[in-house]
Structure formats: structure tokens, C-alpha cells
Write a protein that binds this ligand. Sequence first.
Ligand code: PLP
Length: 453
Amino acid sequence: MTANPTPVPASAVERRERAVRAAVEQGLIGPEQPVVGLLDVTGIRAAAAELRAAFDEVTAPGTPVLHAFAVKAAALVPVLRLLTDEGLGCEVASPGELALARAAGADPGRIVLDSPAKTHAELREALDLGIAVNADNPQELARLDALVGAVPTRSPLGLRVNPQVGGGSIGALSTATETSKFGVALRDVGARDWVVRAFAERPWLTRLHAHVGSQGCPLELMAAGVRAAYELAEEINQTVGRRQIDTLDIGGGLPVNFTSDEVTPSYHEYARLLKTTVPGLLDGRYGLVTEFGRSLLAKSGVVLARVEYAKWAGGRPIAVTHAGAQLATRTVFAPTSWPLRVATYDANGRPKRTGPDGPVTQDIAGPCCFAGDLVAENRALPELAAGDLVGLLDTGAYYFSNHFAYNSLPRPGVYGFAPGDDGVRFAEVRKPQTMAEIVAESGGAEAEGLTAL
Ligand SMILES: Cc1ncc(COP(=O)(O)O)c(C=O)c1O
């Protein structure tokens, strides 16, 4: 899968190291704010540019291509605005994500709604706004039938299919298995004929959508899913005798390398594989929608946390930090699927060197009150001391904005960074959550609610 890794410009690592130092110097992290999220704006812009270039290279001139960022990967309005500025749209999967996309100023014509449990009201709102909708199942299509007759709309409407091409290495994120909950399971008995008929009966249904999985899926599996959707589109268009399906939404899912700073696989690699696996998709007869999330943001994010205490148990050192399950939820609960690299820094934000006796095998723990709250176990690292910092690398996607409210730990502040003339400049993406906000969202205003019953 990683034939030609794209070497990361040395500057990506340098930018991160400078930002860590500057975050300490500028007081973004310290005893009062012991954990923070940092986003490399230069890196995000570069990823978006690479995505555009990769598909420009393989599509016929003039092909309409919408890269809709999967908002779930970084549900932060300034991030969505940045990506909009880079020419991307938004893929949303809930009313909240739609509200964020709109708050970021995304053009409704560049928003795609994909959730598997859309209510009638959500569908109606989407059609009112002219947002593209991918129906998940026959019952949802029946709701659209009723709405399409009643509401004048510009929304492009499509159907999600599950090509059932198989799963990747992470079962929970594999959406093209035999029994995945998403879309119409194409290989089930009678399903393909039903889909062809559904399009023939609905001239307004013009898109097919397939998303094979997210992280852990080999590129070949993703391409096989796209090919299955393309072949179905061809069959439908042949059956109805016109080019009714004009756009294929091929989902996201480009895996991210969590083991080094190399950006691999690259968008170019995937786009070129699509060109050889599904050439007809890219010859200009179809518009394209993509929905990448993780691959656009992951490499540009770092969670930086203070070591509050360095202790020992059973002969093993444990660094107790402020980044645990509240931020790195998947890593803590499913560590083999979601291992993270841990960078170590001293209290001034300078990389820690290994001592003369070599690295020390230690656990990196979080602040949550359960024993399994470890972001790394038995990891060989420079020995950590209280006041040092750890950086959880490649955490720009699905970490900052997927907070787990266990122990009522606050959501940390998130800051974007970019090089400036006199050092590193930071911009606030999200303020750290305050204690007052935690109390308010935990029923603070209803303190008497139960006793008054
Ligand atoms: C329908 C859909 N599109 C896109 C994505 C984004 O996937 P990724 O972040 O792996 O690119 C997801 C992730 O769950 C998804 O469910």
C-alpha cells in the first residue's frame, strides 16, 4: 500500500517543534492550562492543495469535482472556514455538523448530507437549503418521494449503496462489510434490481454514493468499492436510456500513517489507482464528490499535555499527564487499532533527549479516574519528569473535537499556528472550556429540579 511514500518536507516537523516551544513561551500551556490542541495551518493548506492536485491530475478537463470535508473529523468552525477558503465543501452527518458548516460560511451548494438516521425535519431543511442528500435506505427514499413533490428544491439527490466488497483492519470503521449498517446492501438478494428500478422510477435521483470505510482499508479495497458503484451507475444509465446518474460520491477513507512523519499513502497514489481501476469514472462523463476527513487534518495536529506527576508502580515508571480518554478516546479504549506516537519535551518545550542509560520503558497515563486511561503502555521514551510535556502526534483529526465528557474534564483550547516574521503566530480556534460552562451543560440551572418533584 505504501509503494512511494511522499517524504514530508523537513519543515513540517520543524514547524511542529517551533510551535511547541512557542506555545510554552506564549503561555498557551502551563500549570493553569495543562493540555492544549495545536493545528498547523500551513500543513492543512498543503494537504488540501495536494488533494485538489491529485484529482485534477486524473480527471478530464472540466470535470466537476467537489471535495467535501467530512466535518466529523474536525468539527471546528475556523477549521471549516479555512478549508472553505481552500476550495473545499463540507460533508455533514448531523444537524449539528450542518450548523457548523453553515456557521463557517459554506455554500449550501457545496454541502452534502449523509447521516444514516435523518429525520423528516432534517430532510426537509436540507431540501429547503439546496443541500445534496444521499438517502441511506428505501424508507428514507420514500420520505424523499413525498418531499420532492411538495418542496421546490435544487438539492442533488442520491442513494448510498454498500458495495459489500469487504472490511479493513478496523471492524468498527469498515462500512462495506456484508452486514454494515450503511446504505443499500448491493449484493443482498434482489437489492441490485431494486436499486435499478428505484432510479428508473425517480428521474430526480441523480447520484450514487459509496464510502467503503475510514482508516484501516487498503486502497485497493476502496477502489473496488468505487468500481462497484461506477458499474452500477453505468447499468442504471443504460437501463433508463440516458445519463440520469451524473455524479458519483466516492466517500473518504484515505488511511493515515500513524507510525512516522511520512504522509503515506498520498492522495496522488489513490487518485492514480482510481484511474487504473475505474478509468470510466474519470473520463469526464461523471461529476465527482469526495469526502475525506482524517487524511486532510491528522498530520497537522498535536495534543500537547503537561506531565503532572512522574511515579512508579510495580517497577514501571508512569507519567501522569492531562491527555487521556477525554481526548484520545479511541486510543485509550482500542489501543491496538489507534496507537499514537508520543513526542517528549522538557518544561520549556524543547525535545527531550534520551539519557546515557537509553530510553526508559514507561506508561503515559491520562487524568481520568479509571485504570485503563493510558495513551501509551510500555513505551520506550526519554524518562519523563513532572513538568515535562508530551505531544500526541497526528491528532489533528477525530481528537480535538470528539471529546468524551468523562470526569467532567474540560475540552481544551485549540489554536492554529503559522510561521510569523518574529516567530510563531497563534490564532484561537476554540477557547478552553470553563468550569461555569461545564456546570451549565450539566444541569446547573436545574439544581432544584429533582428535589422539587
Ligand atoms: C460517509 C462518510 N464519508 C466520509 C467519512 C470520512 O472518512 P475519513 O475521515 O476516514 O476520510 C466518513 C467517516 O466515517 C463517513 O462515514
